[in-house]
Design a protein around this ligand. Sequence first.
Ligand SMILES: Nc1ncnc2c1ncn2[C@@H]1O[C@H](COP(=O)(O)OP(=O)(O)OP(=O)(O)O)[C@@H](O)[C@H]1O
Ligand SMILES: O=C(O)C1=C[C@@H](O)[C@@H](O)[C@H](O)C1
Length: 290
Amino acid sequence: MYGEAVALGAGTVLNALATGVGSAFALDAETTAWVELDDSGVVEGAIAGAPDGDTRLIRRCVERVVDRFGDGHGGHVRTESDVPMAAGLKSSSAAANATVLATLSALDVPVGDGADAVLDREAACRIGVAAARDAGVTVTGAFDDASASMLGGVTVTDNTADDLLAREPVDWDALVWTPAERALSADADVARCERVAPMADLVADLALDGRYAEAMTVNGLAFSAALGFPTDPAVEAMPHAEGVSLSGTGPSVVAVGDRDELERVRDHWTQREGDTWLTTTRTDGARVIE
Ligand SMILES: Nc1ncnc2c1ncn2[C@@H]1O[C@H](COP(=O)(O)OP(=O)(O)OP(=O)(O)O)[C@@H](O)[C@H]1O
Ligand SMILES: O=C(O)C1=C[C@@H](O)[C@@H](O)[C@H](O)C1
């Protein structure tokens, strides 16, 4: 009983830590999960390149799918990822979505919009969100990040109800800067984020109006200030990018817009320590590998 699936990392339009409403867009950065089920009743996990990595999230994803669709199975889950962990690029959502889809595939449960499908990808995504809450790796459940990773494009969600408010395809080039430091979402200063709630409401209005790039720039200024990250990378990008923001709870910064203009931003950002790379948005989302 074997399954394999891929899900995407994402960047932030609106951080949900202030009000519960959030927005994110899928990036071309993939996490793959391999799941082998057996009759052991115990789930073990491994993360490629991180022998001491915290596997609670991916093990809990397998357990939740097995509880609902399996028969007391245990087994083994392994992930491998292009998405750096705890860097603001939704590594947890990508790992959860890939693991949920791979486990469903191992159990031969069809996912999607087809006539034989038992659940659609949005419902599969909610299983991963529940597992993230169980594992304590999220503040709000991060349905914004998880839905972007699973469905592709940009999504706007109300994480207090796991409600999908909007979803649109977006076709942008994106520039990502990831410094070496790491910031776990679960450790973020939520009280500081709540202080910028009026700005978060404004960002939500802009996003629901389809003005995603401007929304993310306002988000970046507000949440960089709240969480204590520098705004210099955003100020360097603003003359060239359509939008730029601190992503998630940091420390990565993502700019979107025209590739030639983003190459000019790259000239600034590569002078900083850390990794800077050009990528694109993705509209296809997560998939099972048959
Ligand atoms: N590739 C992976 N395989 C297994 N578990 C992972 C993987 N990536 C992340 N995780 C889990 O998610 C946790 C990090 O979650 P966190 O929300 O802090 O990071 P993030 O999703 O990258 O950040 P943000 O929500 O700010 O974008 C890790 O401690 C680990 O438990
Ligand atoms: O843990 C959470 O609830 C979240 C973490 C960050 O990625 C945020 O960007 C997201 O909106 C919510």
